[in-house]
Design a protein around this ligand. Structure first.
Ligand code: CMC
Length: 431
């Protein structure tokens, strides 16, 4: 392949050659790695508007066309035909598994579903009304104090054990977070259940009576987990990569990703959408809400709308929207007026000049909360759901980075605009 070369430099000075690297899909990327060495200048791109932070083979997004591929497979096909565990295998290992590979992977995840009892004791230190994401960040971080047998990040076998462990333990920890908040006893994993059914059982069963698992609920959860499993270099994944690039303990790197996901501009949006819909309350108040979202001084945004990459309908939102009615109906929750309100809000916003001009479309979080709520999951647990699914993506990216022989610690530079060098003034001489 003939890569295009850009040249930069002052006449008479040193010329830098920057190669325009072509990926297999998507825009070409200008490799500026030698720019500072040759020209003593940095590039400036706050928010990474035009910056590819790494090379990756995991997930591809075409934001203009609304395309999302996991390892080359369209998310629509995976949502229709695959399962979350199969997708997890695909993201981690790069290929769809054969039947024996899938069984071995499932078996390994089952074997790692319990957490050390000492981890569960940490919960007694949390107040009953602690936010679930605060607890999840802390307990996942605390896993770095355990499992020392498998945290040599330069050992591929250790990395694999870590990957299986964290994916297997996330539902157990997430359910413990919920149980602590409700004051109910923790429920241990049941390894004869599938990943999502096991999670629902740990969430909702109590020792006092049998819990009837609704297979429709487990299936709906599986679909939502597939759609949230990865999304290339989003804020939390980039956080995991940056934290992991120092060679830190991988559980600590995942905890950093969870902390980032919590924010309302990222994974916290699903919780924010339901709070917003509750606040709007009725179709008659939609116009007022839209007017507020357009008013920069209001500090209010239409949650679940807009995306850094998608300038078209988020394909994940399209899938959830299409299945929402069906799932609610099957779960006997089709009397929920929230879906009608969301649909109407979307309809009005998509006809509004402000949203059209800025290419603001519903994103994955606009509809996901409505399904989660129909499954009985409370609003403040919704970002935890996102974290369970996204753990797969975080781990896949961490693995890809650590196994790259050219990996370097992530260390951005800055445009310094602070005080120039000055002399220390004793306290008595200060103004
Ligand atoms: N409501 C009203 N105006 C908006 C919205 C919104 N939801 N989103 C963006 N805008 C406006 C924004 O004010 C700005 O206007 P102007 O150019 O006049 O200053 C313009 O659109 C571009 O917005 P931006 O904040 O510069 O865009 P960004 O790419 O930095 O931010 C975003 C993307 C997702 C943070 C933003 O659209 C947003 O805050 N949306 C609401 C929160 C949300 O739903 N987040 C979930 C993202 S999807 C799940 C995930 O992957 O985490």
């Amino acid at each position: 392949m003939n890569n295009k070369i850009y040249k930069l430099g002052d006449p008479g000075g040193k010329t830098s050659e920057m190669i325009l690297r072509e990926g297999s899909l998507g825009p070409a990327t200008l490799d500026i790695g030698t720019l500072y060495r040759d020209q003593s200048i940095f590039t400036f791109d706050p928010g990474f508007m035009s910056t590819a932070s790494c090379e990756s083979k995991i997930t591809f997004i075409d934001g203009e066309k609304g395309v999302l591929l996991y390892r080359g497979y369209p998310v629509e096909q995976l949502a229709e035909k695959s399962s979350f565990i199969e997708v997890a295998y695909l993201l981690l290992y790069g290929e769809l598994p054969s039947q024996p590979q899938l069984e071995t992977f499932r078996y390994s995840l089952r074997r790692h579903s319990m957490v050390n009892e000492a981890v569960l004791r940490f919960f007694s230190g949390f107040h009953y009304d602690a936010h679930p994401m605060a607890m999840l960040t802390a307990v996942v971080g605390s896993l770095s104090a355990f499992y020392h047998d498998s945290t040599d990040i330069h050992n591929p076998k250790h990395r694999e054990v870590f990957a299986h462990r964290i994916i297997a333990k996330m539902p157990t920890l997430a359910a413990a977070v919920y149980k602590h908040g409700t004051g109910q006893p923790f429920v241990y994993p049941k390894n004869d259940l599938g990943y999502c059914a096991n999670f629902l059982n740990m969430l909702f069963s109590v020792p006092a009576e049998p819990y009837r698992m609704d297979p429709v609920a487990a299936k709906a959860l599986d679909l939502l987990f597939i759609l949230h499993a990865d999304h290339e270099q989003n804020a939390s994944t980039s956080t995991v990569r940056l934290a992991g690039s120092s060679g830190t303990n991988p559980y600590a790197a995942i905890a950093a990703g969870i902390a980032c996901l919590w924010g309302p501009a990222h994974g916290g949006a699903n919780e924010a959408v339901l709070n917003m819909l509750k606040e709007i309350g009725d179709v008659k108040n939609i116009d007022k809400a839209i007017a507020r979202a357009k008013d920069k001084n209001s500090g209010f945004r239409l949650m679940g709308f807009g995306h850094r990459v998608y300038k078209n309908y988020d394909p994940r939102a399209k899938i959830i929207r299409a299945t929402c009615h069906q799932v609610l109906e099957k779960l006997g929750r089709d009397d929920d007026p929230t879906l009608e309100l969301a649909l109407r809000l979307e309809e009005i916003a998509l006809k509004d000049e402000y949203f059209i001009e800025k290419k603001l479309y519903p994103n994955v979080d606009f509809y996901s909360g409505i399904i989660y709520r129909a499954l009985g999951i409370p609003v403040h647990m919704m970002t935890v759901m996102f974290a369970i699914a996204r753990t797969v993506g975080w781990v896949a990216h961490w693995q890809e980075m650590i196994s790259d022989p050219h990996m370097k610690i992530g260390r951005p530079r800055q445009l310094y605009t602070g005080a120039v060098k000055r002399e220390y003034v004793d306290i008595g001489g200060r103004k």
